[in-house]
Design a protein around this ligand. Structure first.
Ligand code: KG4
Ligand code: ZN
Length: 325
């Protein structure tokens, strides 16, 4: 089954053609980073306008690069929440048009479930497994017991991990988006230069707002090299993410671990999680960085598993900007 996925929930206009939920035939992404950088964050109205400009070209490019014809496409998957309302509507309505005209099924995809499915791309992972999803808007541990079953085991009580990276980057005047910049600086810094607090939250939940405040205090009070601050902050985030995920795995008896979302690009996190899983003898999966940040291949994969189970949506499908897992 060949599925065309569309993703416009935030600041990436993306389209992708994926075969049988795993084989990526094309993956086209137009990033709006430069458009939003001067504002220090995503401006919703500008994001929606840019999606309108890009969507036609991006979808056509995905079809062309996959070397398929429109008639080869068996279904259309689109991220319809959570995300920015105006941005989501651009992709949703484009997908509706394609599905209607070509008389093929349409399926709405939860953006976070899409992130999880990035782990199926070019890989042999099968449920059950635990997945840590760390993005700009979410930090959740999900129990994935089947292709259509996603259960929240823990989530953040305040800031998402990506949000913490972006806010600390702003404090360090590194610009937007901050995650990749902190990651790069941390590579040459000393992670033990300062011991930031690891928030003690019950169960498998997270909290990152205290860490952000502590970092502000260190920046203002101590004359530490910026690389050391970045490395020490990153270490604190990584320790908590790895620690909680493995604790959940242990206590709930899961035998495989996966990771997803933009922050899963982080080199320190990738290395630590891989090492911790190796020590515990747990198979560990993480998507290539290009499938960690927002993309449409993950949406096509999630859509495939819904369509395969006979699930599809009608033309009344709507966008759900605030939708939770
Ligand atoms: O999944 P994503 O592309 O979009 C959302 O669904 O939010 O995640 C974006 C987030 C941003 O906060 C960005 O700073 C962070 O992922 N990020 C990183 C890295 N690359 C992206 N954070 C830490 N290290 C990175 N290398
Ligand atoms: Zn995302």
């Amino acid at each position: 089954m060949i599925v065309l996925g569309i993703e416009t929930s935030c600041d990436e206009t993306a389209a992708s053609v994926v075969k049988d939920g795993r084989l990526v035939l094309s993956n086209i992404i137009a990033s709006q980073v430069e458009l939003h950088a001067p504002f220090g964050g995503v401006v919703p109205e500008l994001a929606a306008r840019q999606h309108i400009e890009s969507i036609g070209f991006i979808v056509n490019s995905a079809i062309k690069e996959a070397r398929v014809k429109l008639t080869d496409i068996d279904g259309y998957a689109v991220a319809n929440g959570p995300g920015l309302a105006g941005a989501l509507l651009v992709g949703l309505n484009y997908a509706k048009g394609l599905a209607y005209v070509n008389k093929k099924p349409l399926v709405g995809v939860h953006h976070i479930e899409g992130h999880v499915c990035a782990n199926y791309l070019d890989s042999g992972l099968e449920p059950p497994f635990l997945c840590l999803v760390v993005s700009g808007g979410h930090t959740v541990i999900l129990a994935v017991d089947d292709y259509d079953s996603y259960r929240v085991i823990g989530s953040t009580r305040d800031d998402a991990a990506g949000e913490a990276f972006d806010k600390v980057a702003r404090l360090l005047e590194l610009g937007y988006p901050g995650g990749p910049k902190i990651d790069k600086l941390a590579m040459t810094g000393n992670p033990e230069a300062h011991h930031f607090p690891r928030a003690r939250v019950d169960g498998f939940d997270f909290s990152f707002s205290g860490l952000k405040t502590a970092t502000r205090d260190v920046i203002n009070r101590l004359q530490l090299p910026i690389e050391d601050i970045a490395a020490s902050f990153q270490q604190a985030v990584v320790d908590v993410l790895v620690g909680k995920t493995l604790k959940a795995c242990d206590e709930l008896g899961y035998k495989q671990v996966a990771m997803a979302g933009g922050v899963a690009c982080n080199k320190g996190l990738r290395k630590s999680m891989e090492e911790a899983c190796r020590l515990k003898g747990l198979p560990f999966f993480m998507p290539q960085p290009i499938y960690c940040t927002d993309n449409a291949a993950m949406i096509a994969s999630r859509g495939y598993y819904r369509l395969k189970d006979g699930i599809s949506d009608g033309m009344e499908l709507n966008a759900y900007p605030g939708r939770m897992v």
